[in-house]
Design a protein. Structure first.
Length: 262
């Protein structure tokens, strides 16, 4: 599906009906990665799940007028206004979590609840060295040799299941990333996060083994998100949603209930 906003054609996938849940993927992939993870962990009824391709990634087109991340936040505000004028739950992974924070700062009235999954921010800070928690003997059986280094960089739990998820939902989006567009937008990286706390229900989840975003800085977010639940999961890295779906499902389900029961 596509939504035209100020000359930008935002491509997105949508499932279900009910309260809107807008899910924002990380950098260098497309909506298919978070779609695969989130569809596995959220309730199948009562939620209208919306997965846009962010500018410079996937099949979203017409992004020449976007010059920085604040422009992307403004585009996402318009996207939610168009598709969910009554507001939406917003769940972001990594770079998508940074954009989600910008959305909540700019238009808190549109954000029914804020979910930050392995969030990154203005800078990476201290991160642990890459390490494997588990590597099954048959983990690489269905993975081409040229994909192994990327798989090992992203996943700390290496099984047939996680290798298949990387091959089928992560790698295809990598191929569609437009480095020129991303370079232009990321050159204006810093997002205006405002100074006022976001008072809505918030979930912050990090992986202790995350060598991309780390986990040490997430506790600092409590100052801006006074209604936050914070969880740091052992045996999980930046691909936490794929590695610990049961734990994340419980946390996300609790956050959804907090955000939708008034």
């Amino acid at each position: 599906m596509e939504c035209a906003i100020d000359g930008v054609l935002v491509h997105y996938a949508e499932h279900g009906a009910g309260t809107a849940l807008v899910v924002l993927h990380g950098a260098g992939v497309d909506h298919r990665e978070v779609e695969a993870a989130v569809e596995e962990i959220v309730p199948g009824e009562g939620l209208r799940r919306i997965y846009p391709d962010l500018p410079g990634m996937g099949r979203t087109r017409g992004t020449d007028g976007l010059s920085d991340n604040d422009d992307v936040v403004r585009l996402l505000v318009r996207f939610i206004e168009r598709l969910a004028p009554g507001g939406a739950l917003v769940l972001g992974h990594s770079y998508g979590a940074y954009l989600a924070r910008g959305l909540a700062a700019r238009r808190p009235d549109l954000v029914l609840g804020l979910g930050l999954h392995c969030p990154i921010g203005d800078s990476a800070g201290d991160v642990p060295e890459p390490s494997a928690v588990r590597t099954d003997p048959d983990a690489y059986d269905g993975l081409d040799a040229k994909l192994r280094s990327g798989f090992e960089e992203y996943f700390v739990i290496r099984t047939v299941r996680t290798a298949r998820r990387y091959r089928d939902q992560v790698v295809p989006g990598n191929a569609l990333a437009d480095e020129e567009v991303l370079g232009r937008i990321f050159s204006g990286w810093r997002i205006d996060l405002g100074t006022e706390p976001f008072a809505g229900p918030t979930l912050i989840v990090a992986g202790r083994r995350d060598s991309t975003a780390g986990f040490a800085g997430v506790s600092e977010l409590f100052r801006q998100y006074p209604m936050a639940t914070l969880a740091i999961l052992e045996d999980a890295g930046h691909a936490l949603a794929h590695e610990q779906p049961e734990q994340l499902s419980a946390l996300v389900s609790h956050w959804i209930r907090r955000s939708t029961v008034r």
